[in-house]
Design a protein around this ligand. Structure first.
Ligand SMILES: Cc1cc2nc3c(=O)[nH]c(=O)nc-3n(C[C@H](O)[C@H](O)[C@H](O)COP(=O)(O)O)c2cc1C
Length: 406
């Protein structure tokens, strides 16, 4: 057995957006690709997956990145939120999570230069759209990696349309599909991040060339989303240190300090920050180079909760939360372990060993195997059986009482 974390800061309730969650452990967004070619989450597979992972009452789960519109898309089996069919499937997901007494945010995003242009063209045919409405484009004509196609540069008109697409997606998510909120994917080298960092943004107009200009798109998107669904249902994820997909500007600090200062005024539900993974370990290269979110965390302070992510286990999560008590309200999001442990929060609470995920099945398109095939712990099952027995007995007792009085 691992050490039970029941009586630690991990299980202090947290006010987040317009609700309260029962622990500081949140399910991180993870693309699992169990969606149709029309970008529709498969029912009942996807509702089952999320309901299982939301089974600890009062928890928060965040979905995989969901494309805001066809022009923002470009992966064949990623989910979308622009058709009625997609919204209906997501509604089944939110209903399943809410039935567990838990909450769910939709992560919304756009691919920009990391899209597959062939998929964009296929989608134009699939959805009966003009080819030029789904142009393969990004802030600048810079490919994400060697060998990846070079995108066209987005026009100002296209940028304005994308901002509107974010707002429409947020509105559909909250008011039609009944999500508790939306998290804009502003990290990991996707479109919003491509605008923020100079590795992918060499524009000479008002969207590039300075810290302020590179922040403009992210801020326009967040203001539009806040206007659409309210600040208490809006959040953003940033990854200042990540070098994946051709990112990691030379000195991210001035850029992210400015951006976070501006975001602070929007009173978002939370700020989701991906850590420089090894910065938490002493003597590591990144720690020596000073790659740390510490300044950003202190700047955000108590504006609203900060969700930290990357490589957390119970011990490092407790450390992070305790380090910032009185400075910032910290929670952690956990990714990979949630794939293989549907009852992850319960296991951490009780100190039950975790199952290891089979990474070869992380992205097995539309395959239930490795998705909804991971079992709950025996302890959880026993507790649920006992609870079910208690509930049934309680109902029987009340029925007998009812009849005995008549
Ligand atoms: C299979 C898989 C898919 C992922 N998809 C997304 C995604 O759609 N959006 C996102 O922001 N991060 C995504 N991530 C990154 C995770 O949210 C998280 O940052 C990463 O797994 C590190 O956290 P962990 O160490 O707790 O797993 C993905 C990670 C994995 C393993």
């Amino acid at each position: 057995m691992d050490c039970p974390a029941a009586n630690t800061v991990l299980f202090l309730p947290l006010k987040l957006g317009n609700g309260t969650i029962s622990s500081r452990i949140i399910m991180a967004p993870m693309a699992r690709l169990r969606n149709s070619r029309r970008h529709v989450p498969l029912v009942p597979m996807v509702p089952t997956y999320f309901a299982e992972r939301a089974s600890y009452p009062g928890s928060l789960v965040i979905t995989e990145m969901t494309m805001i519109s066809p022009r923002a898309s470009g992966y064949p089996h990623s989910p979308g939120i622009w058709t009625n069919e997609q919204v209906a499937a997501w509604k089944a997901v939110t209903a399943a999570v809410h039935a567990q007494g838990s909450r769910i945010y939709l992560q919304i995003g756009a691919l920009g230069r990391v899209a597959n242009p062939r998929v964009l063209e296929e989608d134009a045919v699939l959805f009966g759209l003009p080819r030029d409405s789904v142009r393969f484009a990004a802030p600048s004509s810079i490919p994400c990696t060697k060998g990846h196609p070079t995108p066209a540069e987005l026009t100002t008109e296209e940028i304005n349309t994308l901002v509107k697409d974010f707002a429409t997606a947020a509105r559909r998510a909250v008011f039609d599909a009944e999500f508790d909120g939306v998290e804009v994917h502003g990290g990991y080298g996707y479109l919003v991040d491509q605008f923020i960092q100079d590795t992918s943004n060499q524009r000479t107009d008002c969207y590039g060339g300075s810290v302020e200009n590179r922040s403009r798109f992210a801020l326009e998107v967040m203001r539009a989303v806040v206007d659409a669904v309210g600040p208490e249902r809006s959040a953003i994820r940033l990854s200042p240190w990540c070098s994946w997909q051709g990112m990691r500007m030379h000195d991210p600090m001035p850029q992210f300090i400015y951006l976070i200062q501006q975001l602070r005024g929007l009173k978002l539900a939370y700020l989701h920050l991906v850590e420089a993974f090894r910065a938490r370990q002493t003597n590591s290269a990144e720690a020596l180079f000073g790659d740390s979110n510490d300044i950003l965390i202190r700047m955000w302070g108590m504006t609203s909760p900060i969700i930290l992510n990357h490589g957390f286990d119970a011990t490092s999560a407790i450390e992070a939360i305790e380090r910032y008590i009185g400075v910032a309200d910290i929670a952690v999001s956990i990714g990979a372990p949630f794939m293989s442990n549907p009852d992850l929060i319960y296991r951490i609470k009780k100190g039950i060993p975790l199952a290891q995920p089979d990474r070869s099945k992380s992205h097995s398109v539309i395959d239930p195997d490795g998705y909804i095939t991971y079992p709950f712990s025996d302890e959880w099952k026993a507790e649920q059986d006992a609870r079910l027995r208690e509930t049934t007995l309680g109902i029987l007792r009340s029925v007998m009482e009812f009849y005995s009085t008549y």
